[in-house]
Design a protein around this ligand. Sequence first.
Ligand code: 1HN
Length: 335
Amino acid sequence: MSAIAPAEFAAAASLDALYQSLERFGADPGWAKREPSLWPAPRKGYKPMHWSYASGRAALESAARFISTELAERRNLILFNPVEGNRYATARTIISAYQLVMPGERARSHRHTPNALRLVMDAGEQMYTIVEGRKLPMLPGDVLLTPNWHWHGHSNEGGETAVWIDFLDVPIMHYIDGGMFFEHHSEGIESASVIDTDSPMRFPRAHYDAALDAAQEPRPGERHVVLGPAHLDTMRLQVHRLQPGHAFDYPRTTASVVYAVIDGTGETEVDGERLTWARGDVLVVPAWRPHVHRVNEASHLLRVSDEPFLERLHWLRVEGEPVLEAHARIQYQAR
Ligand code: 1HN
């Protein structure tokens, strides 16, 4: 493919002839690209999206009639963004899924390089996620973490169907050739005897509710807390508590954001598109799209963003804030 002798290029009689040789050389003239590779302002890529929990849960209950957790590594629905060429990522860097585990079922333990977290929607007593050999209770509203290379499996030892929402940074791993490593646990489901209600990998609903009660209002009707310390390198988790009677607007940023509705009802206008939501629904705010939330009642949203990933690379930019200029100055000072 690339074995073109230098003499062939030297002998090219015209630009067209040169282009024909370049085709066989496996190179494109950068000056003659139909699409520019650099453009002055971010383009719109991923789409604002909304999925209903009521329908997602019904689909999984239906799937449970045909697919056991023995058959499936995970019984989940991957909420893919219908942008051309994509059947996987929910937002550019984040994948979200609804997952269901029936009473008595287990989803075997594995570990992988992607970072993961879950928000529990419905579950009873004795629904556990087993992280590194410890059983963490999964109760409605709880957020559970399984960082990069941590063993995790799920075990429903109670009598109620459990459904939750997963968030992972798999699209980043897919982007990095050689990023993905995955292993099954030798025991199937990892054995665990300790029930750990206070694990640093678990954020119980009651704890973040208390933190929200004590938080300041950055503007009337809005409070938020960060779930931390941050054990995931690529994703930031925040819970927003929003009150009715206000419009909460957020500027464009380069971050990709997925919201999950912990409770409440409302609507979010993303770059002019109106998404109406209820408990358990999933919303996507793609990068460089402004958005506004309005709620009908006190509502809680889990906000998952790729901000820590972008911040480390100096690529997090908020409209109106001079992030890039500051970075350029640091480079000059270092010389
Ligand atoms: C995964 O490992 C889980 O462990 C859930 O529960 C969802 C989606 C894509 C890739 C891996 C889990 C997932 C996933």
